[in-house]
Design a protein around this ligand. Structure first.
Ligand SMILES: *Cc1c(COP(=O)(O)O)cnc(C)c1O
Length: 389
């Protein structure tokens, strides 16, 4: 059996006809910018996230940039965030002229360690940018309390957390703004790049909308230097079809995650996502991430994998699974603060010890709503087989 880390095959055969119909309608209308589909997606997405407004844009990266710009964050400002994320989180901060300040993560949930935020605050700090990594909600009650006490803005990076919630309230509805990505592998995926910003603040929503269309509140009047970052009508048509299924897909992801947790809990040497998540968590399981701890199960196995990191156990685990037909991905092998592009920020190896350690241990198992029970059983059996050696 061959198991991919992610696949749209099933989904395309399930709802492909409906999506094609919606696409043809837009295509034949000859109107590809804005229009009905974009407006109705924005309305429906705001409703889903329980915010007053949602402004669509070109990507999750642009969502972050537009959000930062709308809050007037730029030159000389600092934004506190996590180095254990996709590069775009920090890239957005840098591209508006501000400086990302990384705090280490909590080894239990891989999210920003909330206890470290206040120590990272300086007179230049303007905002906190939490990342709900893998779909796991950060404690938004605590985070908002810290922000309020220190008069900081909050920009939620919900790129991997569409459909997640904290205590029943959707992520992206807590901060000043929530930033979403509809990259194809995210919980709600377009057929290309797409994103959105959510907010309850009318003025922010208006500014974000204007910035996404060349800083242009009305035709050919430009009050700001903005971007060309609209959501395509064709992508909006796809998202409108898919959004109605989001909750069902999250439920399917949850079932898969719980099954992995139940079936893999006996294996020593694998660290599973924390147990507190099993019941009623607001986790949407965009990724199912385990850690391959230091142990000796691999002593006699030769590495066939190309990616050789500081954790040979993980490399071998990955290549042994691959050999058995199970593909996995490492999110993320190098923390942002150690990326060559950020060498001038002044971080070095050892700056964020927990982030660095966890980057060396994590590996993501196949998870997507349509992953079949027999496919998942196969993955689980192969993992057990590797550990039985
Ligand atoms: C995917 C992602 C982004 C960027 O989204 P794009 O739509 O690819 O631009 C930002 N932050 C995180 C955490 C992501 O996973």
């Amino acid at each position: 059996m061959q198991i991919p880390p992610f696949s749209l095959d099933e989904q395309i055969s399930e709802i492909g006809d409906q999506i094609e119909e919606a696409l043809i309608k837009v295509f034949r209308s000859g109107k590809y910018i804005g229009g009905e589909e974009v407006a109705s997606f924005e309305e429906a997405f705001a409703l889903a996230i329980q915010t007053s407004y949602s402004v669509s844009c070109n990507s999750g990266t642009d969502a972050l940039i537009l959000a930062l710009r709308s809050l007037n964050i730029g030159e000389d400002d600092e934004v506190i965030t996590s180095s254990f994320s996709f590069f775009a989180t920090a890239e957005a901060i840098t591209s508006v002229g501000a400086r990302p300040v990384f705090v280490d993560i909590d080894p239990e949930n891989y999210l920003m360690d909330l206890g470290l935020i206040e120590k990272a605050i300086t007179p230049r700090t303007k905002a906190i940018l939490p990342v709900h990594l893998f779909g796991h909600p950060i404690d938004m009650d605590k985070l908002m309390a810290i922000a309020q006490e220190n008069n900081l803005k909050v920009i939620e990076d919900c790129a991997q957390a569409t459909g997640s919630n904290w205590r029943g309230k959707p992520l992206g509805s807590y901060g000043n703004v929530g930033c979403f990505s509809f990259f194809p592998t995210k919980n709600l995926g377009a057929a290309g790049d797409a994103g959105a910003v959510t907010t309850n603040d009318f003025d922010l929503a208006k500014t974000i909308k204007e910035l996404s269309i060349h800083g242009m509140p009305k035709r050919y009047l430009h009050t700001n230097i903005g971007y060309n970052s609209r959501l395509d009508s064709l992508q909006a048509a796809i998202l409108n079809v898919k959004l109605t299924r989001l909750n069902k897909w999250i439920e399917q992801r949850k079932e898969i995650a719980i099954n992995y947790i139940n079936k893999l809990s006996m294996i020593e040497g694998i660290k599973l996502p924390s147990n507190t998540l099993i019941n009623n968590s607001g986790h949407s399981w965009n990724q199912f991430v385990i850690r391959i701890m230091d142990n000796s199960f691999v002593q006699n196995i030769k590495i066939t994998s190309e990616d050789i990191s500081d954790n040979q156990n993980r490399d071998i685990f990955k290549s042994e699974l691959q050999r058995r037909g199970v593909s996995t991905i490492i999110y993320y092998p190098i923390p942002i603060h150690l990326q060559p592009a950020y060498k001038d920020l002044g971080y070095k190896e050892g700056s964020l010890p927990i982030t660095e350690k966890i980057c060396n241990e994590v590996i993501s198992l196949p998870i997507f709503p349509e992953l079949k029970a027999i496919q998942q059983s196969y993955v689980i059996d192969k993992i057990k087989e590797i550990y039985e050696k």
